[in-house]
Design a protein around this ligand. Sequence first.
Ligand code: ZN
Length: 185
Amino acid sequence: MDSNILKIEIERLIKGPIKRDYELPPADFDLLEDREFSFREPVKGSITAKLAGPHNVLVEGTIATTAKVECVRCLHELKIPLTVSFQTVFLPTPEDAERFDDPQDDDRLYYKGDMLDPREQMREELMLALPALPSCEHESMRDCPHGRELGDMASAATPAAEEAPEPAPNSWQAQLDRVRRELDS
Ligand SMILES: [Zn+2]
């Protein structure tokens, strides 16, 4: 699939909304390496574009992909699923270039000519969805070993923990036991 799938022909919007399903490599969104995150899996979803006013274009849709990153606590490599919904209005590029110098216009997004490519904005939306402190909790079905140790320390303070002499799998007692067993064998 070509990244042109996301380009919206402004002329065609006069006839009605344009809806497209897409599945593209992360490189098409300039996503291969960003800070500590890396992207290897396809970026997919759907977008719908329609006129909002005579020239403004409303683009809404979804972006789904997976980001790879290390847990900030245990350094385990995580695959964090991301699904983002977005809704953005693009304005035609103003004739008067001075309008770009108006600080009030900073948040506005423009399309140029007769074609609108929302990819850059979609990339921004995805970046905003990335966790600031990625940890095992962001990956489903995984407990952070580090987080679990913290949990054990908390429960050890309660009397009930004294009835459970079995050391946690990653506690220093368990590790010492393993080393001893290895030395004995
Ligand atoms: Zn972790």
